[in-house]
Design a protein around this ligand. Structure first.
Ligand SMILES: C[S@@+](CC[C@H](N)C(=O)[O-])C[C@H]1O[C@@H](n2cnc3c(N)ncnc32)[C@H](O)[C@@H]1O
Length: 308
């Protein structure tokens, strides 16, 4: 098994990675050191086990562990699971989702990161197969109560168990830490009762993101200062254009930062002189998911160069 067999870096064009036609599949969100994930994969040899983790350090550790222990059915996707779960998995494609000891995000300004955020419960409900389960472990009682109430009220999910200090067959690093310290742990299991769907934001291919300024002269003056001070948005999609790099001939790179409902991406746009006009596209070295905010960034850069 090679490193690339374990790590999935889903290109925009390659989404989703899992369809509802697959046989058994499990996912873990925020796997930390990867111990629980690799144990799961060993226990469930006939099942694909996906791990989603935002930290590159944790992802690397889990890849090494999977390679060292020779577990062929693990797939690691690095990134924000709130986004990846929705965009990489079709409706009714997962048998079980585990999430152990996530940060409860107690501050109000972080509330959209919580499991209880409506967008997240809709995603979990959609990607689970009917009869599939979402299992959440936490050491915060108030959080367990809140998750139980909010997810339990989702029309497609039912809270089927709420256990205190239950010893799971496989434990995580944090779980053992809290149990060893005598802290209470809470394990909630929700079952999916009926089919449902969630709307996805990634669509189209890279080519759909090209904007040509033809039939008029493009103005490159806004790029000459080395900085495009553009910041705009529509609804939950926001984009910012900043530093500009010039190759001294016919091309510029523009740094872009976007956010779709809190999901951030950083990448470069490329502006190429074409006759009197220009072509604006995503630079080949960047591979953002093609979201509404990325579309907004491309259009905004093109608007800067357009004289009319
Ligand atoms: C407190 S640790 C728990 C780790 C492990 N589950 C355990 O119980 O030992 C939370 C983990 O979630 C990851 N994480 C936080 N937000 C995330 C997100 N939006 N998507 C994926 N992983 C995330 C963190 O990087 C961290 O590894």
């Amino acid at each position: 098994m090679k490193r690339t067999d374990v790590l999935l870096e889903p290109a925009s064009s390659g989404l989703p990675v899992l369809s509802s036609q697959n046989s058994r599949a499990i996912a873990e969100i925020g796997f930390g050191n990867g111990e629980f994930l690799i144990h799961l994969a060993k226990e469930e040899r006939d099942c694909l086990v996906f791990g989603m983790e935002i930290s590159m350090t944790c992802a690397e550790k889990a890849i090494k562990r999977a390679l060292r222990e020779g577990v062929p059915n693990v797939r690691i996707i690095r990134g924000d699971a709130r986004f990846l779960l929705r965009e990489c998995f079709e409706d009714q494609s997962l048998d079980k989702i585990y999430m152990s000891f996530p940060c409860p995000w107690p501050k109000e300004r972080h509330s959209r990161r919580r499991v209880t955020h409506k967008g997240f419960s809709d995603t979990v409900a959609s990607v689970l197969k009917v009869g599939g389960e979402f299992e959440l472990a936490t050491d915060e009682e108030w959080y367990a109560q809140e998750v139980g109430k909010v997810l339990g009220e989702h029309p497609a999910l039912e809270l089927v168990s709420f256990d205190v200090n239950k010893r799971r067959k496989i434990t995580t690093k944090y779980e053992r830490k809290w149990l060893d310290q005598g802290k209470d742990t809470f394990i909630l299991v929700f079952e999916k009762k009926g089919k449902c769907t969630v709307s996805r934001t990634v669509e189209g291919g890279l080519k759909d993101m090209h904007v040509a300024i033809d039939g008029e002269r493009a103005s490159f003056t806004p790029l000459e200062g080395g900085f495009l001070n553009v910041s705009d948005g529509v609804g939950e999609a926001h984009w910012n254009l900043g530093k500009v790099y010039y190759n001294g001939e016919d091309a510029w790179l523009v740094q872009a930062i976007t956010s779709d409902d809190g999901y951030e991406q950083k990448f470069y746009l490329k502006v190429v002189r074409r006759g009197e006009g220009a072509l604006v596209r995503i630079d080949e070295a960047s591979s953002p998911y093609l979201t509404p905010a990325v579309r907004g960034a491309v259009d905004a850069a093109a608007a800067c160069l357009s004289r009319s």
